[in-house]
Design a protein around this ligand. Structure first.
Ligand code: GDP
Ligand code: MG
Length: 370
């Protein structure tokens, strides 16, 4: 009996051990399974994310392509007279093109000068073209024309051609002589920035005429942005002060300041801007200041002279070239870039709210020499 009892106990022990082993094995299997499930989940999540990314990239590409096409078409249309002036003359030279000889280069240089590109810049463009044609052994009309386009794009290319809005807030001071399009440019710029999701405040610091502030107010209403103004004849720096306070209290992203165009005297301009800078530095310390000089392209060489004068008195960070839609003198974009080294940041190609375009060197060159 004792023997059987002992055997039974032994058997029970073995059963216990087996049970334990089995349950351990089950635990292990469960853990492994959980891991496998986790892996599968991760893989599925990655695949879903990748698919989403691809779909949205496709959407973006389509949107970008549509936007790019719209932008390019508008630029080409907007450049109307500038484009036909430059490209007609240059095209004539290319049409008469039989072989690349001295005569061809001379005629091309003449055509560029006639398109208001300026003597020294035109000479430089042709000189570069000469070198490239030789170096790359170009013979075909299309190749030579593409090279010309690329040379002009290179001259116009500039790293800081985008508006720098890297501080919140950023202050944009818009300067330039009367009638060049400062107020209109501010209206268009406010619209563009608002569309990008920025909160904008306008300061009507052209206090010479009440009508100037009225004009800015119309743009503010149209864009549904805040504007600060004072009475006619008020100190422009006082308006800027109010603008800074409003920007701060609203937590706005960009303060755009309109200024009077009658400071066309170096000392006056420097004094006035100095005062404005000090107010901004005190009220919005650390804010980046973009100083945009607005030039009217229809004034041709005169715009270049204005740019030189303003550049001596103020630290201009960018140029806005307006009225390119109404002029055959668009070639001065190239001259300004070449002579002053200041980036052209925007071009105005009409009076409408959407007629301000960020300047893109290659697009511009492609639109000019098509
Ligand atoms: P401001 O005195 O510098 O402020 O110049 P305004 O903004 O008052 O503009 C003077 C005139 O130029 C107005 O009639 C504007 O509509 C016009 N203007 C401004 N920019 C452009 C542009 O890009 N193209 C055309 N065609 N007209 C413009
Ligand atoms: Mg104005």
């Amino acid at each position: 009996m004792l023997f059987w009892k002992k055997k039974k106990e032994e058997a029970e022990e073995i059963i216990e051990e087996i049970k334990e082993e089995v349950s351990e094995a089950i635990e292990e299997i469960k853990e492994d399974a959980a891991e496998v499930i986790e892996d599968i989940k991760e893989e599925i999540a990655e695949a879903v994310e990748k698919a989403n990314r691809e779909v949205s990239e496709e959407d973006n590409q389509e949107e970008e392509a549509a936007e790019k096409k719209g932008f390019f078409a508008r630029l080409r249309d907007g450049l109307g007279k500038t484009r036909s002036s430059i490209s007609d003359k240059v095209n004539e030279v290319f049409k008469a093109f039989k072989k690349i000889d001295e005569e061809f280069y001379e005629e091309l240089e003449e055509a560029l000068i006639l398109a208001d590109i300026g003597m020294s810049t035109s000479m430089q463009i042709v000189e570069k073209l000469r070198e490239r044609v030789k170096e790359k052994k170009l013979t075909e009309e299309d190749e030579v024309k593409k090279e010309l386009r690329d040379i002009v794009a290179e001259i116009l290319t500039c790293e800081d051609s985008a508006l720098k809005l890297d501080t919140t807030p950023t202050v944009i001071l818009v300067i330039g002589v009367n009638g060049v399009g400062k107020t209109t440019t501010i209206g268009k710029l406010a619209s563009r920035l608002k569309r990008e999701g920025k909160e904008v405040v306008l300061a009507a610091a052209d206090t010479f005429r009440a009508a100037a502030a009225d004009q800015l107010e119309i743009w503010a209403e149209r864009n549904d942005v805040r504007i600060v103004r004072l009475q006619e004849g008020a100190d422009p720096a006082a308006v800027i002060f109010d603008g800074c306070v409003s920007t701060r209290s609203k937590g706005a992203d960009v303060l755009i300041c309109d200024t009077a165009g009658r400071l066309h005297n170096k000392k006056n301009l420097m004094d006035e801007l100095g005062k404005i800078y000090r107010v901004i530095e005190r009220e919005l310390p650390g804010a980046r200041k973009e100083v945009l000089l607005v030039l009217d392209a229809t004034t041709g060489q005169n715009a270049v002279n204005q740019a030189e004068e303003f550049n001596n008195a103020a630290q201009i960070t960018g140029i806005v070239l307006t009225k390119l839609d109404g002029t055959a003198k668009g070639g001065i974009v190239i001259t300004i870039r070449e002579k002053l080294g200041i980036p052209v940041k925007f071009v105005g190609v009409g009076e409408g709210i959407d007629d301000l375009q960020p300047f893109n060197a290659q697009d511009f060159a492609d639109a000019l020499f098509y």
